[in-house]
Design a protein around this ligand. Structure first.
Ligand SMILES: [Zn+2]
Length: 478
């Protein structure tokens, strides 16, 4: 075996040596020993200088204890100027086997994944995972990772299979606006950092015809839901969405779109302009900053869209009884109905129709649970048959428009869950639907001038957007 393994070296320089050795095999063991030694010396002389510089894999295994010929007692006794295999191997390991390079990995979070499990699948030790998670948690709670989150990892593989790999860094987009990076500081400790993503701003135009609802029509035109909700909020002072909207009413809006580096919508900015063409009304509103500070929406004449009172202080209700003369459903005789009844499921929130001070919030005879708010300009609003009051609502406190004050119920003299809503002006009941009292903010002087300049600018943008859009739609039809 020993001869065969070295035959490769011998055949070139001393082809007869092995043949000699093979012959010697059958002779006495003493003779054989001498020849064997001779062969080994020849091997050293011939093999060592050419073969050591770059040990091959087969050479590496020869160097292992008990396997190779270098364990021969003869060699051990003779100190050799030539380095031992173990020394050579050691040096060469240091010289020619570089540390493994860091590897990059992308991991997409799936349902049921944990950060711990994910990291351990890359061979990172439990201790290191614990440290990494602890550092990360200071900036980002790992439980907020959702399926679809893409994690970018940099891992230092272990040089030995028995040792764990090491995490160099971990980063991912926490949401549309924030990136999180877990990195090592100068001492190798994990630190997590949060970076605000730089989003681009683009103007987007949307328009459509209503078939069922404004929201539905906008959604099918590809307008982001957030922009539509902003739009509905702005229009809610002027429009009762349950009753004023008809099929074939048209709408248009200009809004800001915040884009990420790929150009896709990461977030939605404010609505800049909107137009709603109803059967009897044409509402056109522009966003404008008063004194460069407070943002509001104004019509063509510079009048604020904000109204003193909401015409409907609840969402999604239907009018079960209008204002005026009617036959009372319980008492049976004709009398004036001094408010509007909105039927909606019990528990539906009721809003303060405008800024004001709560005058009454208590059980009040046939009205059941009852709230009355005093507003500016000698206006009051009243809310009856409430299931209950919202937290913190009591007489004497100040409320803002749209704050939830109570919930629709059927307390007092009532046939089913509904809100009885009254508007009182100078102690006289008025029809809530006819009340569109502006807050009084009308732009004047230099403010009106700069508003008009802004309005012209917005109009130009709309014209350009409309032209672009028309161009596209013609192409689409072809
Ligand atoms: Zn009523």
């Amino acid at each position: 075996m020993s001869c065969r393994s070295h035959f490769f070296f011998l055949t070139i320089k001393i082809p007869k040596a092995c043949a000699l050795f093979n012959k010697a095999k059958s002779k006495s063991s003493l003779k054989m020993r001498h020849r064997w030694l001779l062969i080994h010396i020849l091997v050293w002389i011939t093999a060592v200088p050419s073969g050591i510089a770059q040990p091959s894999d087969s050479q590496k295994t020869q160097g292992e204890p008990g396997v190779g010929w270098h364990n021969s007692p003869f060699l051990q006794e003779t100190p050799s100027p030539i380095k031992s295999w173990s020394e050579i191997k050691k040096e060469n390991n240091e010289l020619t086997i570089p540390p493994p390079p860091p590897t990059d990995a992308i991991y997409v979070i799936k349902k049921g994944d944990t950060l711990r499990g994910m990291m351990s699948s890359y061979g990172i030790s439990k201790e290191e995972i614990a440290k990494a998670i602890r550092a990360l948690s200071k900036t980002f709670k790992p439980r907020h990772l959702k399926p679809g989150h893409r994690l970018f990892l940099q891992i230092l593989p272990s040089p030995l299979p028995s040792k764990p790999a090491s995490l160099i860094s971990l980063d991912f987009a926490a949401n549309a606006k924030t990136d999180i990076a877990l990195i090592r500081d100068g001492k190798g400790k994990f630190v997590a950092q949060r970076y605000a993503r730089v989003l681009g701003r683009r103007i987007a135009f949307g328009a459509g015809t209503i078939t069922s609802s404004l929201y539905q029509a906008g959604y099918s035109e590809g307008i982001p839901p957030t922009a539509l909700l902003n739009l509905i909020n702005i229009l809610s002072f002027d429009v009762d969405f349950q009753r004023d909207i008809r099929v074939n009413d048209r709408f248009a809006l200009l809004y800001e779109r915040l884009t990420d580096e790929t150009g896709s919508t990461a977030d939605v900015g404010p609505v800049i302009y909107t137009r709603l063409k109803l059967k009897r009304r044409d509402i056109e509103l522009y966003r404008f900053k008063i004194n460069g500070k407070k943002v509001d929406y104004f019509d063509n004449n510079g009048r604020s869209v904000k109204k003193l009172l909401l015409s409907t202080p609840t969402d999604g209700a239907r009018i079960s009884s209008g204002f005026g003369r009617r036959r009372h459903p319980i008492l049976g005789y004709t009398k004036i109905h001094k408010g509007i009844d909105f039927a909606a499921p019990a528990g539906t929130p009721v809003y303060a129709a405008g800024d004001g001070v709560i005058e009454v919030a208590k059980r009040f005879g046939s009205f059941g649970n009852y709230i009355r708010i005093r507003h500016r300009n000698s206006y009051k609003t009243a809310y009856a048959h409430l299931k209950g009051f919202a937290r913190g609502i009591r007489s004497g406190i100040r409320v803002r428009q749209r704050r939830i004050i109570g919930y629709i119920g059927s307390t007092g003299r009532s046939t089913g869950p509904h809100l009885h809503y009254e508007v009182i002006h100078n102690k006289r009941h008025v029809n809530p639907r006819g009340v569109r009292i502006p807050t009084g903010v009308t732009l004047k002087g230099p403010e009106l001038k700069s508003f008009n300049a802004e309005r012209r600018r917005i109009d130009k943008v709309i014209d350009a957007q409309r032209r672009n859009r028309d161009g596209y739609s013609i192409q689409d039809n072809d």
